[in-house]
Design a protein around this ligand. Structure first.
Ligand code: AR6
Length: 173
């Protein structure tokens, strides 16, 4: 698997699946979640509302993931995951690791060969970028070892230069 890091806006990335740092409601929010809903168009919110009415009446759990189409996005799929929120005392790295591994599994089940991730939990949810980078890179590498050739490429698409630096440094180790 090729694993890269770049600075950019994940809503513009041409991959099979982009991952959304959502919240349990799946009904949108700020940050990357707001940007993805704005770029995908209103059908994304309708698809999320449908999930809430059917399979996820209580919302999506922390560390879990679910796919919807990408609608107006260049990406075919959006894989929504919910990162741990440090401000609520969710400090267990296993929860964040699960966001990355579960999202890769959901993306692979949807036949995605290329997947883009943001820095889940590194914004509103208060995790340090260096910690997110370490957990994310280790999780993706471990998932690739367990699922050889299931996904060809993971791109970490980071909004700020500071977060890109954290991921680039981690990828060198
Ligand atoms: N492309 C890539 N990365 C982005 C983009 C973008 N367009 N926009 C922001 N980021 P956050 P969280 C970066 O807060 O910490 C929402 O309200 C951002 O700079 O989006 O998991 C949800 O609804 C940061 O580095 O996600 C939840 O309530 C990273 O994405 C809550 O925020 C994650 O920041 C989730 O918080």
């Amino acid at each position: 698997m090729r694993i890269t890091a770049e600075q950019g806006d994940i809503t513009e990335i041409q991959v099979d699946a982009i991952v959304n740092a959502a919240n349990s409601s799946l009904l949108g929010g700020g940050g990357v979640d707001g940007a993805i809903h704005a770029a995908a168009g209103p059908r994304l919110l309708e698809a999320c509302q449908e999930l809430r009415r059917t399979t996820l009446p209580d919302g999506l759990g922390v560390g879990d993931a679910v796919a919807t189409p990408g609608f107006d996005l260049p990406a075919a799929w959006v894989v929504h995951t919910v990162g741990p929120n440090r401000h609520r005392g969710e400090t267990d790295p296993a929860l964040l690791e699960s966001c990355f591994t579960t999202s890769l599994g959901v993306a692979a089940d949807a036949k995605s060969r290329t997947v883009a991730f943001p820095a889940v939990s590194a914004g509103v949810y208060g995790w340090e970028a260096d910690d997110v980078a370490r957990v994310a890179v280790d999780a993706v590498r471990a998932w690739d070892e367990e699922n050889p050739a299931a996904v060809d490429e993971v791109r970490f698409v980071l909004f700020s230069a500071r977060v890109l630096d954290a991921f680039a440094a981690t990828l060198e180790t």
